[in-house]
Design a binder for this molecule. Structure first.
Ligand code: SF4
Ligand code: SF4
Length: 362
């Protein structure tokens, strides 16, 4: 396993980190095995929170960590609200440690955070006071945040200097946080990337994406993980894993990753930009056409079609189309013509919906 600096915390984090929110809910034994074997493979970061998996996430993680959490970077997480006090937040930290069976958490994340909650966090007698106190008492080591706010807002939060890390989505299909990642890198704030395989979307075969890696990648997931690790400001790719097979594949990818040149990275970015521009020619998902009297979800149909056409995720898109509410599928269009004048991209929506069904409905 390769290790990378986690910002300026002085910690070295495994390139592959484990998100424990996908452990198998009904299989405690397998959950313990996945955690145990991840540790054996050198994974040293485990992201948890109390609410995941119907409240079982930390219960399922605990047996695998038992007796060896010191030396690992175990992370707890809780959100804040207007009523959060120093006392209530501290209780939550204590409770999560108790469930995990640990006497120390290397990281604690303020979850579901956004710029508009900054003052709420910093208020006297609020969550930040609880975190500072827990840190001073040696119960937690570092503070991070995570959420889905606008990239510019997250950059602003990074610049406050409050946090040692941020956890954000970043992958081949979603690079919107790239500027935030760069800024975090400049300031020595650790970057933990979640959704490196886009919630499983990049687990499907996509030859066009696999070709992005020099020499080609065996699977889309492999290229997805490598793409994330190619960014030198990224500390680790945190993937939710629920089978030993998935763990094995991810470990193998992380272990065979030996970096790439800046030129390789620039080339990948260029090709991805070209792909994205191609997608924009089809539909920009503005939603102006959303009131189809037949209930057709034009945006959703076009999004699937774009992912199939642009990135080559045909199998994934066909599967999603098959599972879509039949009332919303492209073939429900009766060509009434109401939507087309609303489209700022002047797309021939009716014609393209036919094409969507032809490609994805087979
Ligand atoms: S043309 Fe088709 S998609 Fe457009 S509004 Fe009419 S039924 Fe809906
Ligand atoms: S109005 Fe046009 S660009 Fe906007 S979502 Fe509908 S089809 Fe796509």
């Amino acid at each position: 396993m390769q290790y990378r600096p986690l910002g300026k915390t002085g910690l070295q984090v495994s390139a592959l980190a484990m998100g424990c929110m996908r452990l198998p809910e009904d299989d405690r034994e397998l959950s313990a095995q996945v955690v145990d074997q991840a540790i054996a493979a050198g994974v040293n970061y485990f992201e948890t929170t109390r609410g995941y998996i119907n409240g079982k996430c930390q219960h399922l993680t605990a047996p695998g960590l038992k007796g060896r959490s010191r030396g690992l970077i175990v992370s707890g997480k809780a959100g804040i609200g207007p009523d959060t006090t120093e006392e209530s937040y501290r209780k939550e930290i204590d409770l999560q440690m108790e469930i995990l069976g640990v006497d120390y958490l290397e990281f604690y994340q303020v979850g579901w955070f956004s710029l508009d909650k900054l003052e709420m966090l910093r208020k006297k007698g609020g969550a930040l006071d609880a975190l500072d106190k827990a840190r001073a008492e040696g119960l937690i080591g570092h503070i991070g945040f995570t959420g889905h706010d606008k990239p510019a807002h997250f950059t602003g939060i990074v610049e406050t200097g409050i946090f040692d890390s941020l956890t954000i989505p970043y992958n081949l299909l979603d690079r919107q946080y790239a500027p935030t990642i760069k800024r975090a890198g400049e300031l020595g704030v650790g970057v933990i990337v979640m959704c490196p395989v886009a919630g499983g979307m990049l687990a499907s075969p996509a030859p066009r994406l696999q070709e992005l890696i020099p020499g080609g990648a065996e699977t889309t997931a492999a290229v997805a993980l490598q793409f994330v690790l190619l960014n030198s400001d990224v500390s680790c790719a945190c993937s939710g894993m629920n089978t030993l097979e998935m763990l094995r594949e991810n470990v193998e990818t992380a272990n065979t990753f030996h970096g790439a040149s800046q030129e390789d990275h620039a080339r990948m970015e260029r090709v991805l930009d070209e792909f994205a521009n191609l997608g924009a020619k089809f539909c920009t998902y503005c939603g102006y056409c959303k009131d189809c009297p037949q209930g057709v979800s034009i945006r959703r149909n076009f999004r699937l079609y774009n992912h199939a056409k642009v990135y080559g995720l045909v199998g994934w898109a066909r599967e999603q189309y098959a599972h879509m509410d039949p009332e919303k599928r492209a073939d429900r269009c009766i060509r009434c013509g109401e939507c087309e004048p609303k489209c700022p991209n002047t797309l021939p929506i009716m014609e393209q919906l036919e094409e969507v069904h032809r490609v994805l409905g087979s």
